[in-house]
Design a protein around this ligand. Structure first.
Ligand SMILES: [Zn+2]
Length: 268
């Protein structure tokens, strides 16, 4: 059977264990959310990269078509110029001259189109490189995030296994009524079951404790329930962990305050 004071320490340790579990789980959730956010960006950037690639491919095909169009016109022109040399009929010469002039104009237009298309292809190439770079950047972030998540999850799961065991042991050591209350609260919400109070006011719901209850809290001998939120109230000294332990200077202030509270409590 537990002494009352051990019961208090047990409850406080239980809450501290639960706090560490909650903290570890939420750290893991945050990491997961970060990876998911990067994955969504990755999908977006991949779509953008593929769109640019399609436009680049289309422009490049159009460029090749223009090049081969101009090349075949030039070949035709060469043949016509050769034929010119063999022509003696004046009318035929005139007609071919006109065709050659027109062909030269078409070649000029074609070469102008090619220059424009080359500019377009070059611009799309730059755009593609930019999109590809952005994609690779976020791909690295996703990979790094996943590696960090996997590593931290393993670490957190290893720690959690120990924390869960500690929690089970502490729960088993609780009196049945406290254990039931703990389990009911845990099922209903993620919030704390064991809380502290300041100056006679519940630290969770801010309802004033009954004077008798506040005295019990200050005596640090047995758990007290808040009439407002039904949570278990323990003296704050029970819930001080290594991580949030007050610095030495403040600690002496706190104990002075505590000593000031003590006679008042006994008087009341
Ligand atoms: Zn309360």
């Amino acid at each position: 059977m537990l002494t009352l004071s051990t019961e208090l320490q047990n409850l406080a340790a239980l809450q501290a264990t639960q706090d560490r579990i909650d903290e570890a789980l939420s750290a893991l959730d945050e990491l997961k959310a970060e990876v998911q956010e990067h994955s969504a960006t990755q999908a977006e950037l991949l779509k953008k990269r593929n769109d640019v690639q399609d436009r680049f491919d289309t422009a490049q095909r159009a460029w090749q078509d223009l090049e081969s169009g101009v090349a075949s016109r030039k070949e035709e022109l060469r043949q016509w110029e050769n034929r010119m040399n063999g022509l003696s009929d004046w009318r035929e010469q005139q007609a071919l001259q006109a065709a050659i002039r027109d062909q030269k104009r078409q070649i000029e237009y074609g070469e102008r189109d090619i220059r424009e298309k080359v500019e377009q292809v070059t611009a799309l190439e730059d755009e593609y490189n930019g999109a590809q770079e952005a994609l690779e950047d976020v791909e690295r972030k996703v990979a790094d995030g996943e590696a960090a998540y996997a590593g931290q999850r393993q670490e957190i799961e290893d720690n959690l296994a120990a924390e869960y065991q500690t929690r089970d042991e502490l729960l088993a050591a609780c009196p049945a009524s406290e254990r039931r209350r703990w389990e009911n609260f845990s099922r209903r919400s993620q919030s704390k079951v064991v809380v502290t109070a300041h100056d006679g006011v519940c630290g969770h719901c801010h309802v004033s404790l009954l004077p008798m209850d506040w005295i019990e809290v200050l005596k640090k001998e047995k758990p007290v329930s808040c009439t407002g939120c039904q949570r278990i109230i323990v003296h704050e000294s029970f819930l001080q962990t290594e991580t949030d332990a007050v610095p030495v200077a403040e600690a002496s202030d706190a104990s002075a305050e505590q000593e000031a509270d003590q006679p008042q409590a006994e008087a009341g």
